[in-house]
Ligand binder design. Structure first.
Ligand code: LIP
Length: 268
């Protein structure tokens, strides 16, 4: 089994575990605030993924959302020359807690500080989005390409509502004021990884959000790139492992998307 096949199967198995656990009463806790939730299923699923990676690739390093020991682990992103997995066992935990679809399993792999593999699995529709560096992006076996739309007014955009309500969520809401009347429409599905996969799949022209972490976006980043799209930070600077505020698009609307979000409203 290739490493890509391994990662795809791992995401599917993790998704099945989540679905199985969704039918019972699970414990929900607040992480940094009441807007930032974690369940025992997130932790169980992260342990499952880590264990499988450790069995198959004992020398590989792993960063997981639910076991991040901030400084030590995050410095791996910039210093590791080896294989480094970046996982979010349930991206969109709020959806999961509320019994809403749209949450995903996100698994990315870096090698020598470059993203080489990204897998996003949506267990409700059982859709598997994945990309390999230099080899394209796919949904199952179908190759993905971003849309050709070059007009922001014809673009379906998306965003998320971060748990940091004082800064990041405020900025999202300001962004909606900026771009809501200039685009075709706006959607919000509740998972950064899913939004990015949908941009890659040509279902959305663009996605922006503030205050994210690398495990939310690593796999989706590669899917957008390999599908021919563009990902930067919100000010148009290159995407890095430290990017918190993200702008992803089909590439053709990127500049006007960026300008529309950053321009001051004409009513001010
Ligand atoms: C979530 C994101 C979502 C964002 C939330 C949160 P989690 O990830 O994917 O789009 O709005 O703030 O970061 O915490 O469910 O893994």
């Amino acid at each position: 089994m290739t490493i890509t096949e391994f990662a795809k199967q791992l995401a599917i198995d993790a998704g099945a575990l989540i679905q199985q656990q969704s039918h019972r009463n699970f414990n929900v806790e607040e992480k940094t605030s009441k807007y930032d939730l974690v369940t025992e299923v997130d932790k169980m699923c992260e342990d499952f993924i880590k264990e499988k990676i450790a069995q198959a690739y004992p020398s590989h390093q792993v960063i997981g959302e639910e076991s991040i020991e901030e400084l030590d682990n995050l410095s791996l992103l910039e210093n590791s020359d080896q294989y480094l997995w970046i996982i979010d066992p349930i991206d969109g935990t709020t959806n999961f807690v509320h019994g809403l679809p749209g949450y995903t399993v996100s698994i990315a792999l870096m090698y020598q500080k470059e993203f080489v593999l990204g897998v996003v699995y949506e267990p409700h529709l059982q859709e598997l989005f994945w990309a390999e560096k230099g080899k394209g992006a796919y949904c199952h076996n179908k190759q993905l390409t971003v849309t050709e739309t070059d007009d922001i007014e014809k673009s379906l955009l998306s965003t998320g509502f971060p748990s940091d309500i004082e800064h990041a969520r405020k900025k999202v809401i300001e962004g909606i004021n900026q771009i809501g009347l200039r685009s075709n429409n706006i959607r919000s599905f509740g998972s950064a990884a899913l939004h990015l996969a949908y941009v890659g799949a040509g279902r959305l022209e663009g996605y922006w959000e503030y205050g994210l972490n690398i495990w939310d976006v690593a796999a989706g980043y590669l899917i957008v790139k390999e599908a021919g799209g563009k990902v930067t930070d919100i000010s148009g600077e290159p995407f890095t492992t430290r990017t918190k505020d993200i702008l992803a698009s089909n590439g053709k609307i990127h500049d006007s998307f960026y300008r529309s979000l950053n321009e001051r409203s004409s009513n001010e």
